[in-house]
Design a protein around this ligand. Sequence first.
Ligand code: GLA
Length: 663
Amino acid sequence: MTLKRVTVAAGVGLLLAACVGIPQASAAVTPGDGLALTPPMGFNNWNSTHCRAEFNEAMIKGIADIFVSKGLKDAGYQYVNLDDCWALPQRGPDGNLVPDPVRFPNGIKHVADYVHSKGLKFGIYTSAGTMTCNENGFPGSLGYEQQDADLFASYGVDYLKYDNCNNQGVDAKQRYIAMRDALAKTGRKILYSICEWGENKPWEWAADVGHMWRTTYDISDSYGSMLGIAKQNWALAEHAGPGRWNDPDMLEVGNGGMSGIEYRSHFNLWAIMAAPLLIGSDLRKATPETFEILNNREVIAVDQDPLGVQGKPIKSANGLHVFVKPLRNGDKAVLLFNEGEQQSRISTSAAEIGLPRAAGYKVRDLWERTDRHTAGEISATVPPHGSVMFRVSMDPRWAAYPSFVEASVDTATVYPGALPLVRPGHDTTVTTAVTNNGRLPAVQVDASLAAPAGWSVQAGSPSSRLVLRTGQSLSTKWTVKAPASAKPGSYSLQVNAKYQPGGTASYALQVVVPQPAPRTGFLSDFPWLRTTNGWGPVEIDKSNHEAQGGDGNPITIQGARYEKGFGAHSPGVIEYYVDGKCTSVTTDVGMDDEQDPKGSANFEIWADGRKVTESGVLTNLMPAKSLSADITGAILVRLIAADGGDGNSNDHADWADTRITCS
Ligand code: GLA
């Protein structure tokens, strides 16, 4: 990634602060104003449109309509907010900001009135600087705080997002307090969202300045970005509370860059962290799955719980996290989150999450919407990047609910973290486990394994048991065979367990039927199994240009140009299924000239779980290095561009002239 933000030297800023007369201190307006007693919920256009033309009056009205028609208003989503690019690049003759007449031909008040007519609230955006963040140079509010606050109040604004670009080095507290006081002077209740990206640790000083503050730089629509931001935000849990929320940025759910499992984790994480829930996708084009996530009322209730505690991990190891958020009625929200690449069991207990001792507890699964009872164990097998969310209660009627039975499916992988593979026409051994975590016995327990149509499934050991007592498991081995004609792709193997009294449990393992192994030639001419990349997608026969696929330049290292190869960005992995049929990979590696003189990476080649060769850290000032790897017998080969020690910036890592030799 290339960082874009630049602020001018502090000296210039101080001078400007003096010129514009920014106040040094004044009365607090939050949190006693009763706004944001629970984390704000609504919509903001930025993540879906950025500055593009589809950000306009029709979009904002359309979102307000959908809030009502799809039940999102009833679910608690309230604010419909404009982000950057709503104004013209110049203020008017009276010094006021001027709405862009193409996007908003009827002005902003008209849109605000429309939003209000739906029983919703309206928000707007500007920056605590001379200009906003967009490169088109829209005017910011530094030095115009009162004039702009008055204009916003006259529009009927209920929410202001106040950004940090072009701040001229003026002290952040001064800038944000100046707008807080200007908003207060308007006499209108305006929720105040501080967006200085955590640069000045607002969690330490902004509780009486704004209702929420960004804790990080911008989110983007990728799992890596979402995860990195969640981690920064969850470390700050102690600072949040009613009227003062940590803001890990707006939601990306529905924008297309993450899987359904990842979007659910994104939503669960934001909810357990009591984060503001600002929908960031264009709901006019949203899928039923997007609505299902955004409209999960029970997860929203966790976010919105009036106790206002930000949940945090009570234990984390190897990327497996147990989050707990205490709720007002004494219940605990529990999130089991697997950040890694390998499905894993995550477990905790009623005692560990802080509930008093009891014979049984009620466990509600907030996505399955089932009620179960547990003797204390709270656990699940969680898919890669996935999460499971429970609400656990003290309930004297716990015995009325079926036992909390846990189900899992497993199969051997080539190395820990490798995709579970099914080779068409070959037997694959799959193990299922069904475990009773309930206090009461589960009886007549019956497990079955569902595979895609045309696949054969045979139990190699008993798949039913008369009684499973607390803590006991039924483990079954199965032989699964996909027909030789099975197409490459991802398939699900699902265990379904039935038991008495009255329960079911299930879990699905995603397995992959790989593409056939490559033949001798340029590796980039064959389809890979999977990739991960530090920034943007991996490019084929081009350098990595960070944004969309196909945007790269010719691969060039210290002036040497290559026709074939991959344009990666460290940290990144390109993985191939070679099925034991290939013997060597040869390649040149180096940092692409397009980021000269920045960037570094260590290039490694792995055969199954074994590192065969590595380049050592290469920088942009070094020529290409040649690598040769013996991969004889390997099933999977990985080209890994590891971090060169300087983080995920400017690391355009080229695999050049990469060839594979196969039988
Ligand atoms: C900054 C903010 C974003 C968005 C853009 C608009 O990057 O952090 O959330 O408002 O500006 O230009």
